[in-house]
Write a protein that binds this ligand. Structure first.
Ligand code: GRF
Length: 215
């Protein structure tokens, strides 16, 4: 069974979606550990409710970003974590951590990358006036939301949309595609070739945008 480690900073609704996917049997994995960088992250309450171990690692206890991420890496390795899930983790991960988990760290971003990377992807989409936005699950590299793309889902953007209304529409899709990406990984179906993530058969589901507009 795939051993997961989840990193979160706040609400943790994507963390919850993964817990639920495991609970319903859609995802064959075990969450070994939740790591938070904020003591009061709501994700901790979710972990407690589901008897998942959690650790608070305080960035203020470290003199450098690298040292902070080395502590995270060590904690994950101690628990035998095979795949790391960034679920609303509000920090740019550093090289010592990425090197230890190359192509084994996933992130979800609330926009159709490479559009609108960084903070406030939904606000950027509304302000830019795009008609379609969405979310992206990708492997993490050293850039800001630049790693190889695994799955995307598209949602319409309406002229009345605010950042909040668009964020809510996108979030529904986040909760659908993040467990799905982890499932594909757990089945050994993701292969990274340069910038591309090749999703192997039995179906061609990864070859196109998984688009709710198309059903
Ligand atoms: C999500 O919108 C995700 O795309 C972004 O941060 C937010 C986290 O939400 N990376 P939650 O903590 O999972 O509810």
């Amino acid at each position: 069974m795939l051993r997961l480690g989840v990193l979160a900073s706040g609400r943790g609704s994507n963390f919850q979606a993964i817990i639920d996917a495991i609970g319903s049997g859609r995802l064959n994995a075990k969450i070994e550990l939740l790591i938070v960088d904020k003591a009061n992250a709501y994700a901790v309450q979710r972990a407690n409710k589901h008897s998942i171990d959690h650790v608070f690692i305080n960035p203020k206890d470290f003199s450098s970003k690298d040292d902070f991420f080395i502590a995270i890496r060590d904690e994950l390795q101690k628990r035998g974590v095979e795949l790391v899930i960034l679920a609303g983790f509000m920090r740019v991960v550093q090289k010592p951590f990425i090197d230890a988990y190359a192509n084994r760290i996933m992130n979800i971003h609330p926009a159709l990358l490479p559009s609108f990377p960084g903070l406030h992807g939904q606000r950027q989409a509304v302000e830019h006036g795009v008609k379609i936005s969405g979310c992206t699950v990708h492997f993490v590299d050293e850039g800001m939301d630049t790693g190889p793309i695994i799955i995307q889902a598209a949602v319409p953007v309406c002229s009345e949309d605010t950042e909040e209304s668009l964020a809510a529409r996108i979030l529904l899709q986040e909760h659908r595609i993040y467990p799905e990406a982890i499932r594909l990984y757990s089945e050994g179906r993701l292969k990274v070739e340069g910038r591309k993530v090749i999703i192997s058969s039995p179906t061609d589901e990864g070859c196109c945008i998984i688009n709710p507009l198309l059903g």
